[in-house]
Design a protein. Structure first.
Ligand SMILES: Nc1nc2c(ncn2[C@@H]2O[C@H](COP(=O)(O)OP(=O)(O)OP(=O)(O)O)[C@@H](O)[C@H]2O)c(=O)[nH]1
Ligand SMILES: [Mg+2]
Length: 227
């Protein structure tokens, strides 16, 4: 008779069983709190913590995703009116009141009613942010699959490509997936995976909580690569 060999205790949350990993990631995100808000890049404080930016078209669901992932109702300001988020808003995250990462909610782009000058200004601010923000560790591109990938989404992918090649993490969340049938969701996933050139793509619904735990775990791992 063979004696079963006990498996070693998990050394870190990354090695822990899936429910524990999820709990760790969700608990960590729940600690999120407002840090600061800046109208322009030069007003953003330089930070020494890994930063994860939520970017995408206006009304795609960035602020709602931040609220859902952090399990808070009004941390980020979500609204039916496109163009609601006009500043870069930073949120600190970390257990025991010690921040170990930052979430950044960025204003959306592509909203038709914004005057051209303001649009161009914002595109410059965002381009600069994505290219130069030193502590940027990951980018979550929120994309409504009913609109597909827009020209500005593609430009954004081009802008971050050199940094992705140097290790910047990158995830596309296909938002409002509750509005898609199962087969349309599957179709959107495969199309976007082709367009994303190998990046991770997931379906996400704040309403139905689809993809929330997966996204939370991924963000946790981005912020804690050594654990
Ligand atoms: N059905 C559905 N609606 C959603 C979901 N996520 C967001 N919404 C709605 O989409 C609208 C826009 O959401 P926001 O989170 O404010 O979008 P945003 O990307 O932050 O928009 P800007 O700040 O203008 O760039 C709101 O009316 C939300 O309630 C979702 O998963 N399902
Ligand atoms: Mg917003």
């Amino acid at each position: 008779m063979t004696t079963p060999v006990p498996s070693p205790a998990p050394a870190s949350p990354n090695a822990a069983p899936a429910p524990d990993r999820t709990r760790t990631a969700m608990g960590w995100l729940h600690t999120a709190h407002f840090l600061t808000s800046a109208p322009q890049l030069e007003h953003l404080p330089a930070l020494d913590l890994p930063e994860i930016a939520f970017v995408g078209r206006s009304n795609a669901g960035k602020s709602t995703a931040i609220n859902t992932l952090t399990q808070q109702t009004r941390l980020a300001f979500a609204s039916k009116t496109p163009g609601r988020t006009q500043h870069i808003n930073l949120f600190g995250v970390g257990k025991q009141k010690v921040d170990d990462a930052v979430l950044a909610d960025l204003p959306g782009y592509g909203y038709a009613a914004v005057p051209k000058e303001a649009k161009l200004r914002w595109q410059r601010v965002m381009g600069n942010y994505l290219m130069t923000r030193e502590n940027l560790r990951g980018v979550v591109l929120m994309c409504d699959p009913r609109h597909g990938m827009t020209e500005l989404d593609e430009i954004l992918l081009e802008v971050i490509r050199p940094r992705v090649e140097q290790g910047l993490k990158f995830l596309i969340l296909l938002t409002k997936s509750d509005k898609l049938t199962r087969s349309d969701g599957a179709k959107a996933l495969s199309i976007m995976r082709l367009q994303a050139g190998g990046g991770e793509v997931k379906l996400f619904s704040a309403l139905k909580k689809q993809g929330v735990e997966d996204a939370a775990e991924l963000l946790w791992r981005w912020a804690h690569p050594k654990e």
